[in-house]
Design a protein around this ligand. Structure first.
Ligand code: F6R
Length: 248
């Protein structure tokens, strides 16, 4: 894994947004779609803020962009403020010219009995769009990417999973208590993510320093699912100084 360390996450986020904008424009010039895999949570907020600025102030168009979000809590209503559906519209989709039919976010309202087929179809839709040109990732303190918690298989695909206790406790403040955090989620798999042509993973702050070290300097293990990225040939880990502080 190639890694770059920035003094501030604000500046790092602008650099990531610029890479995404360049890719969108490069595809536009070729009259091709640009297929983006997107993350939620605190880490990508500034990246989306910069993409919105580029749209509003520098004419960046999302008319050729197709997006697939990594994950969603399950069960979860789209209108719920804690939903990743809500997050993505609030931080990005409501402010740019992306076509709503090109936005894909796992649906936390799907019934139990249709869930398995829904996940298969999500995977098929990514493939039908030509695969992910670019995947943006954050990392959880369990080492998860998407919601692929420890134990996730290298070849895993989009599926429903049970969230780790640590992941739920990190989400507890947003839900006003761990008892309100859903126990499950729908997530793209490790195999889904690994097929992306380009991956950028971000981590900011002291709290991520331990898992960043394990991911970059430890062995490849299902106990730290992000470590599987060591096998990808085009991944950059973007860090701020605090998240990089344990690296040798
Ligand atoms: C969110 C996702 C998660 C987060 C991770 C870090 O779509 O897939 O893997 O990226 O939990 O979350 P933050 O950025 O809030 O620290």
């Amino acid at each position: 894994i190639h890694n770059v360390i920035f003094k501030s996450s604000d500046y790092a986020s602008i650099i990531i947004a610029q890479e995404i904008a360049s890719l969108i424009k490069e595809k536009q010039a070729k009259q091709e779609y640009c297929v983006l895999g997107l993350a939620t949570g605190s880490s990508p907020i500034k990246v989306y803020e910069e993409l919105v600025r580029l749209h509003k102030e520098e004419n960046l168009s999302f008319s050729n962009v197709i997006t697939f979000n990594l994950d969603e809590y399950y069960p979860m209503k789209k209108s719920n403020v804690q939903s990743y559906h809500y997050f993505m519209h609030e931080h990005l989709f409501n402010h740019v010219d992306i076509l709503s039919e090109n936005v894909h976010i796992p649906d936390g309202t799907i019934s139990q009995e249709n869930l398995h087929q829904y996940c298969i179809d999500y995977e098929l839709k990514i493939n039908a769009a030509g695969g992910l040109d670019f995947q943006l990732l954050g990392i959880g303190r369990t080492g998860h990417i998407g919601f692929n918690e420890p134990g996730s298989h290298y070849n895993s695909v989009t599926r429903s999973i049970t969230l780790d206790h640590l992941t739920r406790s990190d989400a507890a403040p947003a839900f006003f208590g761990i008892e309100n955090v859903p126990k499950k989620a729908i997530t793209m798999g490790i195999g889904t993510i690994q097929k992306a042509k380009r991956i950028v993973i971000m981590a900011w702050g002291h709290k991520k320093a331990d898992v960043v070290k394990e991911t970059i300097e430890g062995g490849v293990t299902s106990e730290v699912p992000a470590s599987y990225l060591q096998h990808h040939n085009n991944v950059t880990f973007v860090l701020d100084q605090e998240a990089a502080e344990q690296l040798t």
